[in-house]
Design a protein around this ligand. Structure first.
Ligand code: PLP
Length: 362
């Protein structure tokens, strides 16, 4: 069949995103560890705000998000005027690509970088460019070598998903300083809160004109289903992004719940403490079982197997026990499984099943 109705170049190169699976037919004791969600869910304050927001369904939401931006600014010590909120940080990534990259432009990211960078670059008509990593870690020299006169955006997640590794601030500064003048560096801080003594790059955003930070309510705050994220950048970038953003991109519910979640210090601190404890426990267990696992700075670990077949077999063993983890071949890591750090019982179940599996491997 021939038709002249065709999408923009690049669109059909986008592979449809496969989310972490969420169920196993015929089982109700399933634990989902495939999407880096908070095992404790949303906090009580967020749930209460969600219920209250039902009274406002007929009202259009705020267009400038002033109240949520003020709350974010107060919480993180930022300038509210340079914050932009979106439907997940995915939407901020998409705004950046739409505004700064088009045909003949390049969007650079690292080998095992987040899939949305490629998707949003292609959707904008730009060319995705990948720089290799070193030992599953962002390699600043490789990124600098891959950046050229067509590079408009450079994305790095720190800590990175799905590797869990991160690079120190000196390296990020070296990258920001070394990039070509027309390139904007985007620091994806989806997991920034989980890393110790790390501001997600906020201070660097304030010190420079070529750095933007993105953050989310989907991970630590347990609000992945509600879709709220934000970005922080220099004024000239905000002036651009605010033109691309739809006036009603966030609902009353999203705005109110995000603000409540920010104020729930007890839920945040419990989530952080439990995550650090069980993440490190699981990492040590996996290493002891002969499954090498890097020290993670996020809320998941990346377990490495001998080869893709062994990873596949272990995934099947986990599924047979009702544990859903993430295969990461689409991230170029077919020999690995990414496992979200669940609560204590989930982590113990994972270690138990992988232990039994490895014993059978001889
Ligand atoms: C989960 C994640 C995001 C956040 O996505 P949202 O759209 O905010 O839910 C962004 N970047 C990375 C690397 C992630 O893993």
């Amino acid at each position: 069949m021939s038709t002249r109705i065709r999408p923009q170049p690049g669109i059909m190169e986008i592979a449809l995103y496969q989310g972490g699976s969420s169920g196993i037919a015929g089982r109700d004791d399933v634990v989902k560890l495939s999407s880096n969600e908070n095992p404790f869910g949303a906090g009580d304050l967020a749930r209460a705000a969600y219920a209250r927001s039902g009274h406002d369904l007929h009202r259009y939401p705020s267009t400038d998000h002033a109240s949520l931006r003020a709350a974010i600014a107060a919480q993180f010590g930022l300038d509210a005027g340079r914050i932009i909120c979106g439907a997940g940080s995915d939407e901020i990534i998409s705004f950046l690509c739409q505004a700064y990259a088009g045909p003949r432009d390049e969007v650079l990211y690292s080998e095992h970088g987040f899939l949305m960078y490629r998707i949003s670059a292609l959707a904008a008509g730009a060319t995705p460019v990948v720089a290799p990593e070193r030992d599953r870690t962002t390699d600043v020299d490789a990124l600098l070598a891959a950046a050229g006169k067509r590079t408009r955006l450079v994305f790095i997640a720190n800590p990175n998903n799905p590797t869990g590794t991160m690079i120190p601030m000196e390296e990020i500064i070296r990258l920001a300083e070394g990039l070509p003048k027309q390139a904007l560096l985007v620091l994806d801080g989806a997991y920034a809160e989980y890393a110790e003594a790390y501001d997600g790059g906020a201070a660097l955003v304030e010190a420079r004109e070529n750095v933007v930070m993105t953050r989310t309510f989907s991970k630590l705050y347990g609000l992945g289903g509600l879709r709220i994220g934000w970005g922080y950048g220099p004024q000239h970038v905000l002036d651009v992004l605010n033109r691309v953003r739809g006036p009603f991109n966030l609902s009353n519910t999203q705005l109110a719940v995000a603000e409540a979640a920010l104020s729930d210090a007890a839920h945040v601190s419990r989530s952080l403490t439990e995550n650090a404890r069980w993440r490190d426990w699981l990492t040590d267990r996996l290493n002891a079982l002969g499954v090498p696992t890097d020290r993670s700075h996020a809320n998941f670990v990346l377990a490495r197997f001998r080869d893709p077949a062994q990873a596949e077999a272990c995934n099947a063993a986990l599924l047979a026990d009702g544990l859903i983890v993430r295969q990461v071949s689409s991230y170029g890591l077919p020999e690995c499984l990414r496992i979200t750090v669940g609560d204590e019982s989930a982590c113990r179940r994972v270690a138990h099943v992988i232990g039994a599996f490895m014993e059978g491997q001889g």
